[in-house]
Design a protein around this ligand. Structure first.
Ligand SMILES: Nc1nc2c(c(=O)[nH]1)N[C@H]1C(S)=C(S)[C@@H](COP(=O)(O)OP(=O)(O)OC[C@H]3O[C@@H](n4cnc5c(N)ncnc54)[C@H](O)[C@@H]3O)O[C@H]1N2
Ligand code: MOO
Length: 391
């Protein structure tokens, strides 16, 4: 059995960002990572823009100017303006080429087609210069930048419609277990509702992974092996839930090894999630997550999500780690490191009740996981503790 740190390190070593790229529409690029620099196709702003509502002036030294015209946003003319003249102008409108400055209307008195400045002005005030934000041909966003909503807006302001990004992996989720019934069906004695696939699909969706297919298989060796072979052939990442422990009907480990999946590690000294399996098959990534729902989700956040973010080109693929102050006491039994479902309220950390790996009650209310290393047994109110915030 390896430690949490060893498991994280092995995944880190085995996971490289994909070399597959794809050209996609900027409107669909949220959460993708640029595989190439993007150059600005235009100067931005493309023309001299007024930054305020006011008056463009043909000179700066006079106090009184004659009003001769008006320019509003969207106007395409470039009206003449001479010394001593003013043009009414609005935010975003093109500043006439011959104008020397713009004064805001609050600093001006208007009467009879004349304006009088209440204070002196300077050249180029309230004017956004051509290319002030970026010049045509300059790098707008560099390779390896993650596309955020602001990034999409920025590329749109430059008129960019398509970009080349790293491909996100296609993902298969396989649930195993004879006892599992889909919610909505009647529950017979011995059966429970299947929750892990919905939960993992939503966790993936929340982090921007939507190419997810779900499969189910009963506790049968041949069926398990056949489904694993098919899903490994068809997907980049395979997440299996359950069937990875040591029971007579836990067939996942045996089937994975039998079809040539290279075991990188099996079993981590942690609670929940001890029987976690991580393996590779050529360039495919395989995680067998322990079936207990809280174990599956813990392992997903700690190991799977960072790995698939890294595969997708993210340079910052770790969950946000930090410290908090314990607001509750906790006694850890056993020697395994622990990930505890907790609530982080501005750094005050409450460790929640119902920590068992079969339970999701606390996870449903948690926004952070407390990490207790193997050698920590007690948490006392006021202790500084390590946390991993959930995305
Ligand atoms: N003799 C031992 N028994 C077990 C050990 C051990 O070391 N020695 N480890 C325990 C630990 S820790 C865990 S975690 C579990 C993991 O077992 P599996 O990964 O084989 O998972 P299953 O046995 O298939 O299921 C465990 C539990 O979770 C429920 N489950 C499974 N899949 C789902 C699903 N999709 N939705 C909802 N619930 C699910 C299943 O019904 C079981 O109750 O092994 C311990 N045993
Ligand atoms: O590792 Mo298991 O998740 O403790 O129950």
């Amino acid at each position: 059995m390896i430690s949490v740190q060893q498991a994280l390190q092995l995944i880190e070593q085995q996971t490289q960002k994909t070399s597959n790229t794809v050209t996609i529409s900027v409107s669909e690029a949220l959460g993708y990572v640029l595989a190439k620099d993007v150059f600005s196709p235009i100067d931005m702003p493309p023309f001299r823009q007024s930054a305020m509502d006011g008056y463009a002036l043909g000179s700066v030294q006079e106090t009184t100017y004659t009003l001769v015209n008006e320019v509003k946003a969207g106007d395409t003319e470039d009206p003449e303006i001479k010394e001593g003249q003013a043009i009414r102008i609005f935010t975003g409108a093109p500043v006439p080429s011959a104008a020397k400055t713009v004064v805001i209307q609050e600093k001006v008195e208007v009467s009879n087609h004349q304006i009088t400045l209440q204070e002196s002005t300077v050249p180029m005030a309230n004017i956004r210069e051509v290319g002030e934000q970026i010049k045509k041909g300059d790098t707008a966003l560099s390779k390896d930048t993650k596309i955020t909503p602001a990034g999409i807006g920025y590329l749109a302001t430059l008129g960019v419609t398509e970009i080349e990004v790293y491909k996100k992996p296609t993902i298969a989720i396989i649930t195993t277990g004879n006892e599992l019934v889909a919610p909505g069906q009647p529950l017979s004695y011995g059966q429970i509702y299947e929750s892990n696939s919905l939960m993992l699909v939503s966790a993936l969706q929340k982090s921007g992974f939507s190419a997810v297919s779900t499969y189910k298989v009963s506790d049968n060796y041949e069926d398990t092996q056949a489904l694993l072979e098919k899903t490994i052939a068809d997907h980049d990442v395979i997440l299996i839930s359950g069937g990875i422990s040591v029971g007579d009907y836990d067939f996942v480990g045996k089937a994975l090894r039998n079809i040539g999946v290279e075991e990188v590690f099996y079993k981590v000294k942690q609670k929940p999630g001890k029987p976690l399996f991580y393996g590779k098959h050529k360039n495919k990534t395989i995680f067998a997550l322990p079936g207990n729902p809280a174990s599956s989700l813990s392992c997903f956040y700690i190991y799977v999500l960072p790995a698939i973010l890294k595969l997708s080109g993210y340079s910052n693929y770790h969950l946000e780690r930090g410290k908090g102050v314990a607001n509750s006491n906790f006694t850890k039994k056993g020697e395994r490191a622990a990930f505890l479902k907790a609530h982080n309220d501005h750094g005050q950390i409450t460790i929640l009740d119902a920590q068992a790996s079969s339970m999701l009650r606390s996870f449903a209310l948690a926004n952070t996981l407390v990490y207790l290393p193997e050698d920590t047994t007690e948490v006392t109110i006021g202790d500084t503790i390590e946390i991993i915030n959930l995305p």
